[in-house]
Design a protein around this ligand. Structure first.
Ligand SMILES: [Zn+2]
Length: 311
């Protein structure tokens, strides 16, 4: 039986269950954390985050994929702590966000691949917690020369390890397709790739162009209504199910238990949490005519197939 790398050890494919494919336990800048001990209150965070994870588990969530890349402050110690407190199955990622940092310019793709491969094969940050997925990201300006390097890193990690890729895109610039071009040129099986943030658009032509090339799409920002209102997200998923794509979509929120992009006290969207899909999205999809079989595909079977590469 295939297994998936979880932060507390391998997870049997059949035990993954209902899987949220793109969430974040903690996003906090490493430089600020290193410089200011109170940038994040880790004890308060672990308490809050484990409560958030438990509340998802109570609703039937079996596994959570934390897609925080290295340079958004990925901290596997925090993920392990939360996984232990909540007795949860959390899967960590390796890979880079779209921010281009000065040090990255001089490095060749393959030399960085050597480092990141250790996250998958040995463990992250000196632990035995191995990455179970590879994150890649492209920003508003699309695939630039520098961004292409990070996509190539993801591609080569995928080919070397067999672990899938999941991405951040901006649908407005159709960067899902440009990402597929880079992955394809690197010889990646596009069926091992989730093109993320596809739920931020209702442009069915664009989404089907991605789908026809064999990738999964992430309908993964439920709760972020300012980017696309829930109603449009629901109708888009339902239409794609009608058109035969239920086997190629995964659902998530891209929610963060703590994100330092905003100072403490900043109001967050009320439904941007690990519960919204179970509480509101699935009932709304049912009402829109999406079948139980298709709901199961999007929440259980597709995540398992993405993460294991198996059936
Ligand atoms: Zn994210």
């Amino acid at each position: 039986m295939a297994t998936v790398n979880g932060v507390l050890g391998p997870i049997e494919a059949e035990d993954l269950g209902f899987t949220l494919m793109h969430e974040h336990i903690l996003i906090a800048n490493w430089s600020m954390r290193q410089s200011f001990a109170d940038w994040v209150d880790l004890e308060a965070h672990a308490e809050f985050a484990s409560g958030e994870v438990r509340s998802a588990q109570e609703r039937g969530v079996g596994s959570i994929v934390d897609l925080t890349p290295i340079n958004l402050g990925r901290d596997v110690h925090v993920m392990r702590e939360v996984a232990e407190r909540a007795e949860a199955q959390i899967i960590a990622a390796t890979g880079f966000y779209y921010y281009h940092e000065p040090w990255q310019s001089g490095w060749e793709v393959d030399r960085l691949v050597e480092f990141l491969l250790r996250d998958i094969e040995v463990g992250i940050q000196g632990t035995d917690s191995k990455a179970g997925i590879i994150k890649a990201a492209t920003a508003d300006e699309g695939v630039t020369a520098e961004n292409k390097k990070t996509l190539q890193i993801a591609a080569r990690l995928q080919r070397a390890s067999g672990v899938p890729i999941s991405t951040h895109t901006t649908p407005a610039n159709r960067s899902g397709l440009s990402q597929q071009d880079v992955f394809e040129a690197e010889g990646v099986d596009l069926g091992r790739v989730v093109i993320g943030h596809c739920g931020d658009t209702d442009d069915l032509d664009y989404l089907e162009e991605i789908l026809r090339r064999g990738s999964y799409i992430g309908m993964d920002r439920f709760g972020l209504d300012m980017l696309l209102p829930m109603r449009k997200r629901i109708v888009t998923v339902s239409k794609l199910c009608e058109r035969g794509w239920a086997e190629r979509m995964v659902l998530s929120h891209d929610a963060c238990c703590h994100i330092d992009f905003f100072p403490p006290g900043t109001p967050m969207p009320p439904q941007w949490n690990f519960r919204h899909i179970c509480d509101d999205v699935i009932p709304a999809l049912r009402k829109e005519g999406v079948s139980e079989e298709h709901l199961r595909a999007m929440t259980v079977d597709n995540p398992r197939r993405v993460l294991t590469g198996g059936a």
